[in-house]
Ligand binder design. Structure first.
Ligand SMILES: C[S@@+](CC[C@H](N)C(=O)[O-])C[C@H]1O[C@@H](n2cnc3c(N)ncnc32)[C@H](O)[C@@H]1O
Length: 271
C-alpha cells in the first residue's frame, strides 16, 4: 500500500464514520483489509483501494468501514458500572418514573450485543417491579455486520466465558453445538438499529439512561464535542450518561457534572 493509498483509506474512514486512524496505523489497515482482498478476489490491496476510490458507495465500501472499526466488547464490561446501575442509577430512575411507568435506555455503539444484553439481564434479574412498565432498550451501531450478530444473540464459548456469570449463562442461554443461543425472553427486550453517531440522529426518543462506551476514544476532539452536544438534546434533565472507563466530558462540554458512585462515573446535565 502506498502512502497515498493509506491516506485515502484514512480520509475515507474519517469522513464516513469519524474514526481517526493515526499515521502509524498502516499495519492495522493492511491487516484488517487483507481478508477483503481475498474475499473479493483482488490481486492486491492497491487494486481494492482503486475500486474503493471509483465506487465509494457500494457494498465494498461498507465492508471496508466494518473492517476498520474496533468491535471489542464483552458481557458486563468493567463490572462496576453495572453494579452502580443495579444499586443506584436504576433504583433512582425507577423511583422518579413511578408515575409514568416508562423507561427509555439507549446503548449507542453496542457492537455484537453483549452490552445491551447485559443490561437486559440485569433489568430482568434485579427489577421484577418493572413488569407492566414500558421499558424500551434501544441498541445502535454503525456496522450492520455486528448488528446482525447482535440480533442473532448467538455467542461462542469464548465470548460467554468473558464476563457472563455461570448462573446467567445457564438461565438465559441454550447450548447449540459449540454456540450459546440467548433465549427470546432476553433477546426480545432489545431493539437493534443502525445509527452513525457522526451523522444526524433520527427517531430517537428522550432517554433516561444512555450508554456511550468505548467509542469516543476513537474520535477527535471536535467530534466528541459534537456528540456530547447532541446527547444533551436526547438525555432527560435527570437522566444519566455512562461513558467508557477512559472517556469523560471534562474539557469537552461543561454542561455535564460527574456523579461518582460505587467506583463508577456517570454524567448528568447541570440544572
Ligand atoms: C469498542 S466497541 C464498544 C462496544 C461497547 N460499547 C462496549 O463498550 O463494550 C466500539 C463500537 O463502536 C462502533 N462505532 C464506531 N464508529 C461509530 C460511529 N461513527 N457510529 C456508531 N457506532 C460506531 C463500532 O462499530 C463498534 O461496534
Amino acid at each position: 500500500m502506498t502512502e497515498q493509498e493509506f491516506d485515502y483509506v484514512r480520509a475515507f474512514v474519517h469522513q464516513r464514520c469519524a474514526l481517526v486512524l493515526d499515521s502509524d496505523k498502516r499495519y492495522l489497515v493492511e491487516t484488517r483489509l487483507a481478508p477483503l482482498v481475498r474475499e473479493f478476489k483482488f490481486s492486491s490491496l492497491s487494486e481494492l483501494i482503486t475500486r474503493l476510490r471509483n465506487f465509494p458507495n457500494n457494498g465494498l465500501a461498507t465492508r471496508v468501514l466494518e473492517a476498520m472499526v474496533t468491535t471489542e466488547t464483552l458481557f458486563f464490561r468493567d463490572l462496576h458500572p453495572f453494579e452502580a446501575m443495579r444499586k443506584v442509577v436504576l433504583p433512582d430512575l425507577i423511583q422518579r418514573r413511578a408515575d409514568q411507568r416508562r423507561l427509555t435506555i439507549w446503548c449507542a455503539a453496542c457492537s455484537t450485543g453483549q452490552e445491551p444484553y447485559s443490561l437486559a439481564m440485569l433489568l430482568r434479574e434485579s427489577f421484577p417491579q418493572l413488569v407492566g412498565w414500558n421499558v424500551k432498550l434501544l441498541a445502535t451501531d454503525i456496522s450492520t455486520e455486528v448488528l446482525n450478530r447482535a440480533r442473532e444473540g448467538r455467542y461462542s464459548q469464548l465470548e460467554v466465558n468473558r464476563g457472563l456469570p455461570a448462573t446467567l449463562l445457564v438461565k438465559y442461554f441454550e447450548q447449540h453445538g459449540l454456540q450459546w443461543q440467548l433465549r427470546p425472553v432476553i433477546r426480545d427486550m432489545v431493539e437493534f438499529r443502525e445509527l452513525n453517531l457522526a451523522r444526524p440522529w433520527v427517531g430517537l426518543a428522550m432517554c433516561d439512561l444512555i450508554l456511550l462506551r468505548n467509542v469516543m476514544i476513537y474520535f477527535e476532539v471536535e467530534t466528541k464535542k459534537d456528540i456530547l452536544g447532541r446527547i444533551k438534546r436526547v438525555l432527560k434533565p435527570d437522566g444519566y450518561l455512562l461513558l467508557g472507563g477512559a472517556e469523560t466530558t471534562i474539557h469537552l462540554d461543561d454542561s455535564y457534572r460527574r456523579v461518582e458512585t460505587l467506583k463508577s462515573s456517570f454524567y448528568q446535565l447541570i440544572g
